[in-house]
Design a protein around this ligand. Structure first.
Ligand SMILES: Nc1ncnc2c1ncn2[C@@H]1O[C@H](COP(=O)(O)OP(=O)(O)OP(=O)(O)O)[C@@H](O)[C@H]1O
Ligand SMILES: [Mg+2]
Length: 369
């Protein structure tokens, strides 16, 4: 095999988040901190369904999880091929792939803590012919951390805060904040549901994957009673470090808290308000001096959600990451490319102040090409 150049600066990042909307892939130039190519590929419907099912205990899970991990690898390999095609790059020009995998359980903390992202890294290395760095969360969990969020260090690296307290807000299935304090400290934590409950509710009642621009929510009225019940979830009041996922926030969680007499669109309006409130409340508590919020993730395309965030955060400029040079659907994937670079360069990827890990750790495991 030809020896690979050692000074490559191009990395592929692959992210498929809790929304289960599929994979965002980028080619990221670590030298310029710029994305030079982006591909989004939905999961095949049957795979999406199975991944969703695997979030809940069920029969024959080991076998089903192994098959799903193979399918995720094949789907990722397809995205890599599309990225190479779109950017005109060869695989030997890519230093490594940073691949997230699909979270099906996230239960960090304590002696029995673990987090599980389905992905057959060996198969992805085999199919792509590129070094694969994956399982990026487990080492932080092993060190007593949450294993999440892992993106704050990357947000610190790519977004300038212009001497102000600024936050980066990712609105995926779950929302997470990165707190970039003007004095150089970096914080971060998961806030709560961003899209996962809204997606689930509209799928159940309207058969649509998501509420484009919050248009359906806009036809309903927020229920103060339901909102108060939802906000009483202890997770919201927990002090960081904290992270969450579908383990907690799923339609069953909502179902047991519904108040009688609400139209489906009123529930949707309330879920959108919950998504905005849990972020705004967390920001008020943990970064009261915030002057800017840079929003990314698919939820940043929800105009109504962005408007409610602005309303709840007077004096804070809420803007899309696109205005700062990174389109909303590329930020998290770029973060995983950056984490692969950290691994390759033998640098830690976690921030113990964010995750609660016992110390800095080199994250991920390598499947060589
Ligand atoms: N135009 C839009 N209007 C409203 N919501 C949108 C729009 N476009 C995307 N979304 C929402 O964004 C979601 C996808 O966002 P994203 O890919 O950032 O989440 P994710 O896959 O959970 O990622 P992560 O876990 O990395 O945060 C969709 O499921 C949908 O709910
Ligand atoms: Mg996604």
């Amino acid at each position: 095999m030809a020896s690979r150049p050692t000074d490559l600066s191009l990395y592929v990042g692959l992210m498929s988040g809790t929304s289960l909307d599929g994979t965002d892939g980028v080619v990221f130039d670590a030298a310029s901190l710029a994305v030079i190519g982006h591909v989004h590929a939905p999961f095949p419907a049957a795979l999406r369904e199975e991944l969703l099912a695997l979030n809940t205990p069920g029969p024959n899970e080991l076998h089903r999880a192994a098959l799903a991990a193979n399918a995720v690898a094949r789907s990722y390999a397809d995205v890599v091929a599309q990225l190479l095609e779109a950017t005109g790059r060869r695989r030997d020009e890519i230093a490594a792939i940073g691949a997230h995998g699909q979270t099906v359980r996230h239960q960090p903390g304590g002696f029995e803590g673990y987090t599980s992202q389905l992905l057959n890294g060996a198969l992805l290395a085999e199919q792509s012919g590129i070094d694969v760095v994956c399982d990026l969360r487990s080492r932080d969990v092993a060190a007593g951390g949450q294993g999440a969020p892992l993106v704050p260090a990357f947000h610190r690296a790519v977004f300038s805060t212009e001497g102000q307290d600024a936050a980066v807000l990712n609105l995926g299935g779950i929302s997470n904040l990165s707190l970039l304090f003007a004095d150089g400290r970096t914080g971060g934590f998961d806030c709560g549901p961003a899209n996962c409950l809204m997606d689930g509710w509209i799928a159940r009642h309207q058969g649509r994957a998501y509420d484009a621009d919050g248009a359906w929510a806009a036809t309903g009225r927020v229920s103060p009673a339901l909102l108060a019940t939802l906000l009483a979830e202890p997770f919201f009041a927990l002090a960081p470090p904290k992270s969450t996922g579908r383990d907690l926030f799923h339609l069953g969680w909502l179902q047991t808290r519904l108040v009688p007499g609400l139209a489906p669109q009123d529930v949707q309006a309330t879920l959108l308000e919950l998504s905005a409130r849990c972020v705004a409340d967390a920001l008020h508590t943990h970064m009261p001096g915030a002057r800017q919020v840079i929003a990314c993730g698919g939820g940043a395309l929800n105009g109504r959600l962005m408007q409610r965030l602005s309303d709840l955060l007077p004096g804070v400029a809420v803007q899309s990451s696109a205005a700062r040079g990174l389109p909303v659907d590329q930020v998290e994937a770029a973060a995983f490319a950056w984490l692969a670079q950290c691994f390759k360069e033998k640098r830690p990827g976690n921030l113990p102040a964010v995750t609660g890990a016992a110390g800095l750790r080199r994250l991920g495991c390598l499947y060589p090409a």
